[in-house]
Design a protein around this ligand. Structure first.
Ligand code: ADP
Length: 627
């Protein structure tokens, strides 16, 4: 709106609606806009507080200005949604036009950002989700807002977001209608609006991208010192990301800021993006966020407390969100219920899937889980620090259980693959069971090699094949170099070397993940560095069922290799995500976030194996508890 000096409304202490006689007591000035002054107004008969937007008639004397004001009132008065500023009523007297609106006491997101400079991802998810809900509603009423910006996103006392200021809004008259002109200049103008080629709802999606960027980065994406240059950048889609932004933030922003309006995501798709689905969204925010960033769990939505409660809530939320796609919520819920009932019969009916019998024969040879806490307390060995973040087997089992409970069973919504970076998933590509004589040898994907001996002690080569780590059966840890092997361990080291050479030379790896990309096995060097200071991830436990061999690593990875078809299920944790890797009969691997499987489902092949994995894990957890 123009900035030249224009008459401002003259308002007395009491505002009277001449049609009804209602009186409002004028309170503090809430803000000034291009045309309006906004005051807190108390309705005297009810005591209710409102925001009164007051515009001097002299200020909108030109016919197009008057029409514009009338259009704003007409559009806004038809809207009623919790994320849109409530429209109470409007009236006029000789001097002014009055619009009585829901009071948003905590100013706007613009004010908040000015105080905070940038917002955290969790806060952005919280605000954006509400803005998108309000916008979905508006679009469903054929209304394009056309001036979405932080200053038009108002905040209530309870920190709810309400979209306001419909000064540039337009209503589409028919399906496929496009607006060609706009009187006024939106803050976050979309390229198609600049190009005057016709625009529609997608212009709001573009503005959402600008809003999201601004909240996370602290400045708008195309901002320059000259408007001309800013417009050139918008036309050429020229903007950059600071290094600090997460992958998901960058991805969602670049989708929203797609030049071609038809290639931008729908609002439903936006809510299903990883930025929202995989990140923490607070249920409520306190007004203290105006001054201080809140502390929330970052992206570890799948972390569980001991009872798995957070996980369950999170999956429930996801499931709820995924049903947004269904028009009929009730039908969707009964679908889920039916699917859940079916799942209690263990296997989905799919003839192409090998049916795995649920009955288990678990034999646990000489291996015990090593309790790192216990190890730390022992005085005889080196101080121990776990190398990786580890999750307990109970947590892994809980994750899988929750995932299976919530995932869609009857539809497979094409779960997105996880973009694993190189060696992210640590797993067991080779193993040899020589437990009838010595023990169980195994090679991990980081090229470390270990043996669990029948006397319950274990030994492993560090990936450099220079350092050796020995965990005695009384839980002491000894780390030494190949150049200084303690004499009492020489036989075990020789066996380790033997297992290691055997696996290097005779066994093929069990799949293709994180292996080919890695460097060849390092040759031992004459000058050896210091031994590895931390306890490297190691195999805690292995056992056979009648169908598969199960292996559990100290970093929380659980792997099940099926004997019959050589397929493998690997459940791992990589600091922020629970992942599922499936290696198929052709030894081709696919990795997914467990969260995504809970959300989108999986193929029948994976499902049947996951159900079996759950059985094996249950048995393992029960055995752990007994021990
Ligand atoms: P204009 O259409 O003239 O630009 P705005 O709608 O932007 O006017 O309102 C002007 C100012 O009034 C806003 O910047 C804001 O500070 C305040 N304001 C507007 N609506 C509300 C509301 N519902 N609750 C509280 N303050 C409001």
């Amino acid at each position: 709106m123009g900035s030249e000096k224009k008459p401002q409304p003259i308002v007395g202490d009491i505002v009277i609606n001449p049609e009804s006689g209602e009186q409002y007591k004028r309170g503090r000035l809430l803000g000034k806009g291009g045309f309006a002054r906004c005051y807190e107004l108390r309705e005297m008969s009810t005591g209710k507080l409102y925001a009164g937007k007051i515009v001097s008639k002299a200020r909108i004397a030109k016919p197009n200005q008057w029409e514009k004001m009338q259009r704003e009132i007409h559009i806004h008065s038809q809207l009623d949604h919790r994320n849109v500023v409530g429209f109470h009523k409007h009236f006029e007297d000789d001097e002014n036009v009055y619009v009585i609106l829901e009071l948003c006491n905590k100013k706007s997101l613009l004010h908040m950002l000015k105080l905070r400079k940038t917002l955290t991802e969790s806060e952005v998810r919280y605000f954006m989700k509400q803005v998108i809900e309000g916008l979905r509603y508006m679009h469903s009423c054929s209304v394009i807002h056309r001036d979405l910006k932080l200053g038009n996103m108002f905040l209530t006392d309870s920190m709810e977001v309400k979209i306001g200021d419909f000064g540039l809004a337009a209503k589409l008259e028919f399906n496929g209608d496009r607006k060609r002109t706009m009187c006024g200049t939106p803050n976050y103008i979309a390229p198609e609006v600049l190009g005057k080629i016709g625009h529609s709802f997608e212009a709001d999606v573009w503005a959402l991208g600008c809003v999201l960027y601004t909240m996370l980065v602290g400045r708008p994406p195309f901002e320059t010192t000259s408007l001309k240059e800013t417009y050139t950048r918008i036309k050429h889609n020229k903007y950059s990301f600071p290094d600090t932004l997460s992958y998901d933030s960058k991805d969602i922003i670049s989708l929203l800021l797609t030049s071609e309006p038809e290639d931008r995501p729908s609002l439903e798709e936006v809510l299903l993006h990883d930025f929202f689905v995989s990140g923490y969204i607070p249920e409520v925010l306190s007004p203290t966020v105006f001054s201080t960033a809140p502390h929330f769990p970052t992206t570890k939505v799948l972390m569980s407390d001991s009872s798995g409660e957070i996980v369950r809530n999170e999956f429930c939320r996801l499931r709820r969100e995924s049903t947004m796609k269904h028009d009929n919520m009730e039908a969707a819920m009964s679908e889920i219920k039916a699917a859940r009932e079916k799942s209690t019969h263990l296997m989905p009916g799919n003839s192409s899937t090998p049916r795995l019998r649920p009955k288990l024969h678990v034999t646990i040879p000489g291996s015990r889980p090593v309790d790192l806490e216990a190890v730390r307390e022992k005085s005889g060995g080196s101080p121990v620090k776990p190398a990786n973040y580890s999750v307990s087997i109970v947590a892994v089992s809980e994750m899988l259980r929750t995932c299976l409970r919530h995932m869609p069973k009857e539809e497979y919504l094409h779960t997105p693959r996880y973009k694993a970076i190189g060696d992210e998933v640590l797993w067991v590509p080779k193993w040899v069971d020589y437990s009838n004589k010595y023990g169980f040898g195994h090679q991990l994907s980081d090229k470390s090699v270990g043996v669990i001996f029948n006397d319950k002690s274990r030994i492993c080569f560090h990936p450099d094949r220079i350092s050796v780590q020995y965990l005695s059966n009384d839980h002491r840890v000894h780390t030494f170099r190949m150049s200084s092997i303690p004499p009492r361990l020489s036989k075990k080291v020789t066996l380790l070397d033997y297992f290691s050479t055997y696996m290097d030379e005779h066994l093929i790896k069990g799949g293709d993940i994180a292996w080919d990309a890695m460097s060849p096995i390092p040759k031992r060097k004459a000058t050896s560095p210091n031994p590895a200071p931390t306890v490297q991830p190691y195999l805690v436990k292995w056992y056979r069922t009648d169908k598969a061999i199960a292996m559990y690593l100290s970093n929380g990875t659980f792997q099940l290799n099926f004997f019959e078809d050589h397929t493998k299920i690997i459940l791992s944790y990589n600091n922020s995500d629970h992942l599922l890797t499936y290696i198929n009969e052709d030894r081709i691997s696919s990795t997914y976030r467990l969260l995504h499987i809970a959300h989108h489902g999986c193929t029948a092949d994976i499902y049947s194996r996951l159900v079996y994995t759950r059985e094996v894990l249950d048995k393992l957890v029960a055995t752990e508890e007994e021990e």
